[in-house]
Design a protein around this ligand. Structure first.
Ligand code: PLP
Ligand code: COI
Length: 364
């Protein structure tokens, strides 16, 4: 099959990049999601014409007609990945082809056009290269990459739009959790996030909009994240608002909820499944209930619970609370396996641990 011609990115010079001293101050302690770099990549799509007008340009506000369909029917998807610094000061992405594939899977579910995988990766690499000076100097820092696409046809009828915009922006990032606590505390919500046949496995903005009331409740009660149970029986653990979960038992078994269509197929989740098997653990993708979680934490059979995702990396869950009371996992702090898997994953991402699976893609 003939290879599709590569998309050419036009480089439009930034008229007024942020001055060096201001940038240095912004990236000194960026936290998560508040600081943004100078550039973005933009590609437009029109039915009949396909993808066009690919460009690297200044990050700037976008003009939207008030009738743009994303504003009414939320036809929007996004991805989240990071650029890491390797020991020799070069930069690398972690399994970006997985993000490109998941993006297209989300696109299909939201009736949006797919973007060729090579174009997705090239868009990401183009903006990362342009803004490499924004790499944060903090311990554990990275450039968080947010590719996203939305419908921008002016039309109020309910049908898939005929015009879309794809953008990639960057946000220098430190720790996702502000609390700085050694383990996070989670709140089990009575709200559900996704039902069978819905959009739970797609990374669409609407899923996150629906998670904001429960997340707000969790924050108001002093917790860091919300836990969602399944929408049918309201008993099986699904995932957190923005992370997948793993349960570790004293007999060397590890369980994570299966990809049944209602949870996000996390790339960190997939990587940890491989790394845990390499550590000799018996890993199962299997349903696990809230009642069992409480009972196993009480009996000591369950020794650790970890939350994982691009933004949060691998974070121990120390406390679980809900309307039926609360319980502590292990000692309430980071467990041995959580620490070991986190170090291994971060080591691979930063080039200090051998990359045996070809997960790291250097940006030249
Ligand atoms: N689950 C949800 C709902 C998420 O938003 C994320 C973050 O992207 C994850 C899980 C973890 O996915 P990944 O490891 O690909 O970042
Ligand atoms: C990520 O980990 O990349 C996420 O998208 C989680 C959250 C910031 C939405």
């Amino acid at each position: 099959m003939a290879k599709a011609p590569a998309i050419q990115f036009k480089h439009i010079p930034h008229p007024a990049p942020v001055p060096g001293a201001t940038r240095e101050q912004a990236i000194a302690d960026p936290g998560f999601g508040t600081v943004f770099t100078d550039h973005m990549v933009s590609i437009d799509y029109d039915e009949g014409e396909g993808w066009h007008s690919a460009r690297l340009c200044a990050r700037e506000p976008i003009m939207l007609d008030p009738a743009a369909s994303v504003l009414h029917y939320a036809q929007e998807i996004f991805e989240g990945l990071k650029a890491y610094k390797l020991a020799d000061d070069s930069m690398a992405l972690f399994r970006p082809e997985q993000n490109a594939q998941r993006f297209n899977k989300s696109a299909r579910r939201l009736a949006m056009p797919e973007l060729p995988e090579e174009a997705f990766i090239e868009a990401v690499e183009t903006v990362v290269k342009a803004d490499r000076s924004w790499f944060p100097k903090v311990e554990g820092g990275s450039l968080y990459i947010r590719p996203f696409m939305f419908a921008n046809e002016h039309f109020l009828g309910v049908r898939p739009a005929k015009k879309y915009k794809f953008l990639v922006i960057l946000s220098p990032a430190g720790n996702y959790f502000k609390s700085g606590a050694p383990a996070v505390s989670v709140w089990v919500s009575d709200y559900t996030r996704a039902a069978p046949g819905g959009t739970g496995e797609a990374k669409c903005g609407g899923n996150y909009a629906a998670s904001l009331v429960p997340t707000g409740e969790a924050f108001a009660k002093g917790h860091d994240q919300v836990v969602f149970l399944d929408a049918v029986e309201r008993k099986w653990i699904e995932e957190l608002g923005g992370m997948n979960l793993f349960f570790v038992f004293e007999d060397g078994t590890m369980i994570t909820p299966p990809l049944s269509g209602t949870i996000l197929p996390g790339i960190t989740r997939d990587s940890l499944l491989t790394l845990a098997r390499e550590e000799g653990l018996t890993v199962r993708e299997e349903r696990y209930s809230l009642d069992q979680w409480r009972e196993d934490a009480g009996s000591g059979r369950l020794v650790e619970t970890m939350a994982c995702g691009t933004a949060a990396v691998v974070t121990p869950v120390g406390k679980v609370a809900g309307n039926d009371g609360e319980f502590t996992i292990g000692s309430g702090g980071p467990g041995q396996l959580t620490t070991k898997l986190r170090e291994k994953l971060v080591g691979i991402q930063r080039g200090t641990v051998e990359d045996r699976h070809g997960w790291v893609r250097r940006i030249s």
